[in-house]
Design a protein around this ligand. Structure first.
Ligand code: ATP
Length: 511
């Protein structure tokens, strides 16, 4: 099945099973804003717990914070967001659709890459075992021609971004013959800068009210609390502050479900280090974060690092962790070496000293910062994309979400075979015993087969069926979602069997 079709099905599945709803749907929706339903909120909470505990529990020198969304407006001036948090936008005059010029060009780069990969895949199939990919890439004329186009475009693109040359961005779009996917035309406007921050008014009277911003990243809340946390927590450098919270960006193009939203959630950690040691820490955090992703078991080949074409105004190194979504490799997380830019700016704008006295060096300095920043919603999409499966069975097909059990919203469904003979009561007893440890669901409607399918669709890893034998010998059938195998086990053993599979501790063991 084409990847776009899979993605469409996945979006429909998220709605049908209570994972994600369009915001304000009964009023025809609000662009790029989504609500999480009864299943979605559980999955989201589990993702957040995986991240939070991996940061705060597993690192003695990382502590948490929950700062407010509203902040003093000068913070955004100091951070550079008022002047430079822009995206280059371009409109197609025929379709009236708006695009990000940089994304149009990135898609063009991806097209060249795809062409090369197709040639390689074709040749690999033809030559079988004896295929030498490196040699093929270095000698095949079609691959070489596309590689040259990629190189030229990449260089031009990086230069244009670094020089903030909007006219050149437009020229690239024209020279590459990039068309609007809706109208198919090349009738483009000029490229303009567009600030992504939402603003609102704080205060009751028109004269007294001041303009404030909805934060476009959670990081600044951490920077402005650096001194508070360092002092009250008696933190010694190196140390980190982790935070999960909402962020808001007035995204120009927001057409990829929860991949790009106007209101979203971030999990960010700022790690404060000695100046000069930041690039070593940058490498360490790159490795740590990649391990965190891979531990979920979605396949190492589906992740890669992507170096930035243009470094943000505050960074001296930056890399993205990309995951292979149904629509290609895309950023899930950014890891940035932010230098001492933010703290120095806040020193300057607030007039307060933001320093660390390093007893080992016997001197004070503004710490350098390495940041890891991941979107909860993008992570959610990664988990759902990796887990969604349509399986051909002997007689029919089943849709199953093969979620890592530790993240699954419902861990266990308990089903009485029939609605009589004391079986529902027995099933309730099991739930009453296990509900303190696991999210359980009671299900007695429809045939067992239908109930299994329903649980497969929401990704429940274990189904337990209570039958007449259960009343006699206190055993039940446990059915495993992925293999569909069933076995008879003692009710008394259920907690242990399930507990082992859904344990965060086991997952953390892989980090
Ligand atoms: P992009 O290039 O995709 O716009 P970015 O590089 O601006 O993203 P960062 O500022 O590095 O993103 O933000 C860190 C993380 O926050 C991203 O890796 C992503 O997971 C998440 N994120 C950023 N913008 C959005 C958004 N509009 N919707 C959902 N998640 C987002």
């Amino acid at each position: 099945m084409a990847q776009e079709d899979i993605f469409k099905k996945l979006v429909a599945h998220c709605k049908e099973y209570g994972y994600v709803f369009q915001s304000s749907e009964i009023y025809d929706g609000l662009g790029a804003v989504y609500d999480y339903g009864q299943m979605g909120v559980e999955l989201k909470n589990n993702i957040k717990k995986y991240w939070w505990d991996s940061m705060v529990l597993l690192h003695e020198n990382v502590v948490g914070l929950d700062s407010a969304i509203f902040m003093h407006p000068t913070i955004w001036k100091a951070s550079g967001h008022v002047d430079a948090f822009n995206d280059p936008l371009i409109d197609n005059k025929d379709s009236k659709k708006r695009y990000r010029a940089d994304v149009l060009i990135e898609d063009q780069l991806a097209k060249y890459e795809e062409k090369m990969n197709k040639e390689v895949a074709k040749a690999a199939k033809r030559f079988g075992e004896s295929f030498d990919e490196k040699q093929f890439r270095e000698t095949n004329p079609r691959v070489l021609a596309n590689q040259e186009k990629w190189n030229n475009l990449h260089t031009r693109f990086s230069n244009a971004l670094n020089d903030n040359d909007l006219a050149e961005l437009k020229q690239i779009i024209e020279d590459e013959g990039i068309v609007c996917p809706i109208s198919g035309s090349r009738n483009w406007t000029d490229v303009r800068q567009f600030n992504l921050m939402f603003s609102t008014e704080m205060g009751s009277t028109a004269e007294g009210a001041s303009k404030i911003f909805l934060r476009p990243e959670t990081a600044q809340g951490i920077f402005v609390n650096y001194l508070n946390v360092q002092k009250t927590g008696r933190m010694k450098i190196p140390f980190g502050i982790a935070q999960i919270g909402k962020a808001f960006r007035n995204e120009i193009v927001a057409r990829q479900f929860i991949f790009r939203m106007r209101e979203f959630e971030q999990m960010e950690m700022q790690f404060f280090v000695r100046p000069g040691s930041e690039l070593d820490w940058f490498e360490k955090w790159k490795e740590t974060r990649m391990k965190w992703h891979r531990a979920l078991g979605f396949g190492d080949e589906n992740y890669r690092f992507h170096e930035h074409e243009k470094l943000a105004h505050y960074a001296n190194a930056a890399v993205d962790v990309e995951y292979k979504f149904p629509f290609g490799f895309k950023e899930v997380e950014g890891i940035h070496s932010r230098t001492d830019f933010d703290l120095s700016q806040h020193e300057q704008y607030s007039g307060k000293k933001i320093r660390y006295y390093d007893p080992e060096l016997g001197e004070s300095y503004v710490p350098f910062v390495v940041e890891t920043s991941i979107g909860v919603d993008r992570m959610f999409l990664q988990v759902i994309s990796a887990s969604y499966c349509e399986e051909q069975l002997e007689k029919d097909t089943r849709v199953v979400l093969k979620l890592p059990p530790v993240l699954a919203p419902v861990k266990l469904a308990v089903m009485p075979l029939v609605k009589k003979d004391g079986l529902p009561e027995k099933a309730r007893e099991i739930i009453d015993e296990l509900k303190f440890d696991f999210n359980c669901q009671y299900d007695e409607k429809d045939s067992i087969g239908k109930r299994y399918r329903r649980q497969d669709a929401i990704g429940t890893p274990f189904c337990v069926t209570v039958d007449h034998q259960s009343a006699e010998d206190n055993t039940v059938t446990i059915r495993y979602r992925d293999t569909m195998e069933q076995e008879r086990v003692a009710i008394a053993d259920l907690g242990k069997i399930i507990g082992e599979q859904v344990s965060y501790k086991k997952l953390f063991g892989k980090l």
